[in-house]
Design a protein around this ligand. Structure first.
Ligand SMILES: *[C@@H]1O[C@H](CO)[C@@H](O)[C@H](O)[C@H]1NC(C)=O
Ligand SMILES: *[C@@H]1O[C@H](CO)[C@@H](O)[C@H](O)[C@H]1NC(C)=O
Ligand SMILES: *[C@@H]1O[C@H](CO)[C@@H](O)[C@H](O)[C@H]1NC(C)=O
Ligand SMILES: *[C@@H]1O[C@H](CO)[C@@H](O)[C@H](O)[C@H]1NC(C)=O
Ligand SMILES: *[C@@H]1O[C@H](CO)[C@@H](O)[C@H](O)[C@H]1NC(C)=O
Ligand SMILES: *[C@@H]1O[C@H](CO)[C@@H](O)[C@H](O)[C@H]1NC(C)=O
Ligand SMILES: *[C@@H]1O[C@H](CO)[C@@H](O)[C@H](O)[C@H]1NC(C)=O
Ligand SMILES: *[C@@H]1O[C@H](CO)[C@@H](O)[C@H](O)[C@H]1NC(C)=O
Ligand SMILES: *[C@@H]1O[C@H](CO)[C@@H](O)[C@H](O)[C@H]1NC(C)=O
Ligand SMILES: *[C@@H]1O[C@H](CO)[C@@H](O)[C@H](O)[C@H]1NC(C)=O
Ligand SMILES: *[C@@H]1O[C@H](CO)[C@@H](O)[C@H](O)[C@H]1NC(C)=O
Ligand SMILES: *[C@@H]1O[C@H](CO)[C@@H](O)[C@H](O)[C@H]1NC(C)=O
Length: 809
């Protein structure tokens, strides 16, 4: 309804114009006025038809006051600026009606369709900005008539087709920006006629074929950007005539052949980017004349030969990128003169010799990348004086870009690196660095990544390292020994930790931080894998460690010494009393059974022994305490449902395994019962495929069993690690099954009464160093009264329970 009202006002408005036009002649105005009026009428009509002024059309009868419209004194539209106005649809051909139009700015809209041919009629047009729209199709042929055009910006559209050679007629052009389109074909040589051009940007298109040498006539050019096309051929030497150029960007093309030495004449150049082409030949020494350069990027080419020493004259250069070329020979020490240099990237080349001491003069340097070269010798001490240095890459990093060389830097890791308080990224991988890590490294308090893999570092890990390294620590493939340090007073810092392929020993410490990646494989670590690690990381993180295993289904953290410390004084008296009593009991028990297959146990005489069975020596309680340092976590090699397993070397040299009930579990009757059950059963039987019990201590405050030590741990563990599982070929696996079957057959048929194990799982089959299998863990085993059918209780490891038992649920 409202629009109808507006339409009516519009009609009235037109009637008014018509009346003015009609009475014009009668008022005696000249015929020229008539012509102007009729063209004004056409413009008014065009404005309405174009339809970008809905609000104004309904509210404002004065066209020249509509949004973005400018008029001359005669009332003719000279400027349209509807930039950033959410305009949609295409430009109607009526746009050609504005014969006085000087500028048209429709940038930053959502206009679509073809560029209007009718614009070619607007011979007064000086500035045309249609950038940041979605125009399609090619530039209309008729636009070659826009002789007044000074500024043509069609960037950021979807314009296709070639750059018309007729554009070479627009000799008043100062700015031609056709970047970010889909323009194909070649750069017309006629563009060389646009001698007023200051800016020529044809970047981000699909232009092919070589750069015309005529562009060398555009001596007023300040910016020439032909980057990100498919331009082939060579850089014309005539470009050396463009002495006003400030930016020359020919990057990301397929330019071949060498850099013309004439570019050394472009002494106003601030940016020279020829990166990512297939440029061959040497770096011309004339580039040393470009003393205004701030950025020189020649990376990603096939440039050979040395770095010219003249580049040392580029004292304003901030960024020098020569990455990924075939640049050889020595790093010229003149580079030390480039006092403004902030980033120096020479990585992925064939540079040889040593890192010049003079690099240490580049006091503004923030990033230095010399990775993947053929450098050798030591890391110069002078580098450690670069107080702004944040990125230092001197090692090898895998790269898909080129066939990478490897540096062979040797000597020690300089302890003065710790002076680099700004250092965030330090990559020294795959060199020949030796010696221990300096503990001073902790001074690098801003370090995010420290990567020293594949060197010859030995010694132990200084605990200070954790107070500097905030994100990634990679010390893999070295010869580092000792334990992983415990004191990490920094909070939640390291997320990626790779200590693999070293010779670390001891237990995995309690990492207080959140780890994203962890690799501890191929060391000599022992003990259990803490549950919070085994639940997050696969066996790849832990493989290749002899005794490390934590993939038990009911995995619990090993007893920590501090929280569960058993004071000898606290237990020794009751234990001794108990042992004496127990041993006597067992002796009587065994005598009464008078079984042939059980030898005489060694029994206590003066209270310092406890029960010993099947063992050729004597084990003193004190020996056990001493050998495990009072059940220190360091000797813990696994943790199960209710106890931990320790490895103990007795004074005789014999190694035994101890299964100790957790103290809190010892107070639970059921667990104590199962422990006693195991002691009882195992002391009554003997078979080469049943784990041998050497002794036990069954005091309710300290319960443990002593077994023969099975070097390879459980079958589960062996199968859990790819490399170990691989060693276990089918012949060995069949033998393990046979061994297990022998043990079961013995239990079921040769024992009277028969014994049922009730929990046969890969966790309970242990392997010795010859991969012979022994059945273990008789905690739930039972002596079966053949006449009884009382077998209802469900016991065992979930997933391994006999089907007959499950059906009783
Ligand atoms: C549109 O272009 C004209 C001339 O090219 C210019 O004066 C005006 O500032 C531009 N408008 C915007 C919003 O940039
Ligand atoms: C064209 O318009 C865009 C967006 O308003 C602006 O960024 C650009 O500078 C203009 N082009 C010229 C040459 O003024
Ligand atoms: C415009 O350029 C074309 C091709 O370069 C040429 O053939 C034509 O004569 C020129 N037209 C004018 C009016 O200069
Ligand atoms: C424009 O350039 C072309 C090719 O470089 C040339 O043949 C032609 O004569 C030039 N036209 C004018 C008017 O300078
Ligand atoms: C433009 O450059 C070409 C090639 O470099 C040259 O032959 C021609 O004479 C130049 N034209 C003018 C007008 O300078
Ligand atoms: C432009 O450069 C070329 C090649 O370097 C040279 O032969 C020619 O004389 C230069 N033209 C002008 C006008 O400087
Ligand atoms: C441009 O550089 C070349 C080669 O370096 C040189 O021969 C020539 O004289 C220089 N031209 C000018 C105008 O400086
Ligand atoms: C440019 O550099 C070259 C080679 O380094 C040198 O011979 C020449 O004199 C320099 N030209 C100017 C104008 O500085
Ligand atoms: C540029 O460097 C070279 C070599 O280092 C030197 O011989 C020459 O004098 C320097 N030129 C200027 C203009 O500083
Ligand atoms: C340093 O060089 C290596 C090897 O080319 C590369 O992987 C790494 O990303 C580079 N780092 C920086 C900061 O340039
Ligand atoms: C890498 O080196 C091999 C052998 O030298 C060669 O065949 C291959 O083409 C090279 N690849 C690259 C990307 O340089
Ligand atoms: C690892 O350390 C142990 C004991 O410290 C030593 O016997 C062994 O030779 C070392 N292994 C390697 C590969 O250095």
């Amino acid at each position: 309804m409202a629009s109808l009202v507006h339409f009516t006002t519009l009609v009235l408005f037109y009637v008014l114009i018509a009346v003015v036009v009609a009475i014009g002649p009668t008022l005696g105005t000249g015929s020229t006025k008539l012509a102007t009026t009729s063209s004004l009428e056409m413009e008014a009509e065009a404005l309405l038809h174009i339809g970008w002024w809905h609000w104004d059309a309904n509210h404002n009868p004065e066209l020249c006051q509509w949004q973005g419209i400018s008029c001359n004194e005669a009332g003719s539209v000279t400027g349209i600026d509807r930039s950033w106005s959410s305009l949609t649809g295409s430009i109607p051909p009526q746009i050609g009606a504005f014969s006085s139009l000087k500028y048209l700015n429709l940038s930053l809209n959502s206009l679509t369709g073809e560029l209007p041919q009718s614009l070619g009629k607007l011979t007064h047009l000086k500035e045309l900005n249609l950038s940041h729209n979605s125009f399609e199709g090619s530039i209309p042929l008729g636009w070659g008539n826009l002789k007044s055009l000074k500024l043509l910006d069609l960037s950021h559209n979807q314009i296709t087709g070639p750059v018309l050679s007729t554009l070479g007629n627009l000799t008043n052009l100062k700015l031609l920006d056709l970047s970010d389109n889909q323009i194909t074909g070649h750069v017309p040589s006629t563009l060389g006629n646009l001698t007023n051009l200051k800016l020529l940007d044809l970047s981000h298109n699909q232009i092919t074929s070589p750069i015309p040498s005529t562009l060398g006539n555009l001596t007023n050019l300040k910016l020439l950007d032909l980057s990100n096309n498919q331009i082939t051929g060579h850089v014309p030497s005539t470009l050396g005539n463009l002495t006003n150029l400030k930016r020359l960007d020919l990057s990301h093309n397929q330019i071949t052949s060498p850099i013309p030495s004439t570019l050394g004449n472009l002494t106003n150049l601030k940016l020279l980017d020829l990166s990512d082409n297939q440029i061959t030949g040497h770096v011309p020494s004339t580039l040393g004349n470009l003393t205004n350069l701030k950025l020189l990027d020649l990376s990603g080419n096939q440039i050979t030969g040395p770095i010219p020493s003249t580049l040392g004259n580029l004292t304003n250069l901030k960024l020098l990128y020569f990455t990924s070329n075939k640049i050889s020979s020595f790093i010229p020490l003149e580079l030390g003169n480039m006092m403004s240099l902030v980033v120096l990237l020479l990585n992925e080349n064939k540079l040889e010799g040593s890192i010049p001491y003079e690099i240490g003069n580049l006091k503004n340097l923030v990033a230095l990348n010399l990775s993947n070269n053929n450098l050798n010798d030591r890391i110069p001490q002078s580098l450690t004086t670069l107080s702004k240095l944040s990125y230092l890459y001197l090692g090898f990093k895998f790269s898909t870009r080129s066939n990478s060389s490897k540096n062979k830097l040797n000597g020690l890791v300089p302890s003065s690196l710790a002076n680099l308080s700004s250092l965030s990224y330090l990559f020294l991988d795959s060199n020949l660095l030796k010696g221990p890590l300096p503990s001073q490294i902790g001074g690098c308090s801003n370090l995010r990544i420290l990567s020293l893999s594949n060197n010859h570092i030995n010694g132990s890990i200084p605990s200070e390292i954790f107070s500097c390294c905030r994100h990634t620590l990679n010390l893999s493939h070295n010869f580092i020994e000792g334990e992983i340090p415990h004191q990490f007073d920094n909070d939640d810092n390291i997320y990626i930790l790779d200590l693999s392929h070293n010779n670390l020993t001891g237990m995995i410490p309690d990492f207080s931080w959140r780890l994203e990646e962890l690799n501890l494989s191929y060391n000599s670590l022992e003990g259990p894998i803490p549950e919070y690690l085994s639940s997050q990381f696969s066996s790849d993180s832990f493989g290749g460690n002899k005794y490390l295993c934590g993939n038990l289904p009911d995995f619990a953290p090993c007893l920590s010494k501090s929280s569960n410390k058993l004071k000898i004084v606290e237990i020794i008296l009751p234990v001794l009393c108990f042992l004496a009593f127990l041993a006597l009991g067992i002796l009587l028990f065994l005598r009464s059974r008078a079984k042939d297959n059980i030898p005489e146990p060694n029994v206590t005489k003066n209270g310092d022994l406890f029960s010993i069975l099947n063992f050729d020596g004597r084990i003193a309680f004190e020996d056990i305490i001493e050998a495990t340092n009072d059940f220190d976590i360091r000797y813990c090699i696994g943790t199960g449902g209710y106890g931990s397993v320790y490895r103990a070397q007795l004074p005789s040299g014999k190694v035994v395994a101890l299964k100790k009930l957790h103290r809190r579990e010892a107070e639970v009757l059921a667990f104590g019962k199962s422990f006693k059950n195991e002691a009882k059963i195992l002391s009554e039987i003997r078979h080469k495929n049943i784990v041998k019990l050497h002794g036990f201590c069954l005091h309710n405050r300290c319960m443990f069993l002593i077994y023969e030590y099975m070097a390879r741990g459980s079958l589960f563990c062996v199968l859990a690690y790819d490399n170990e599982a691989m060693e276990l070929d089918w012949i060995k696996r069949v033998k393990i099954i046979k061994d297990t079957a022998c043990a079961l057959s013995y239990l079921h048929h040769d024992c009277h009464p028969p014994i049922v194990h009730r929990d046969i799982s890969s966790n309970n089959i242990l392997l010795n160093s010859n991969l012979e299998a022994c059945v273990s863990d008789f905690g739930t085993a039972r002596l079966i009264d053949p006449d009884s059918s009382n077998r209802t209780m469900l016991v065992g490891t979930y997933g391994y329970i006999a089907p007959g038992q499950v059906s009783k649920l």
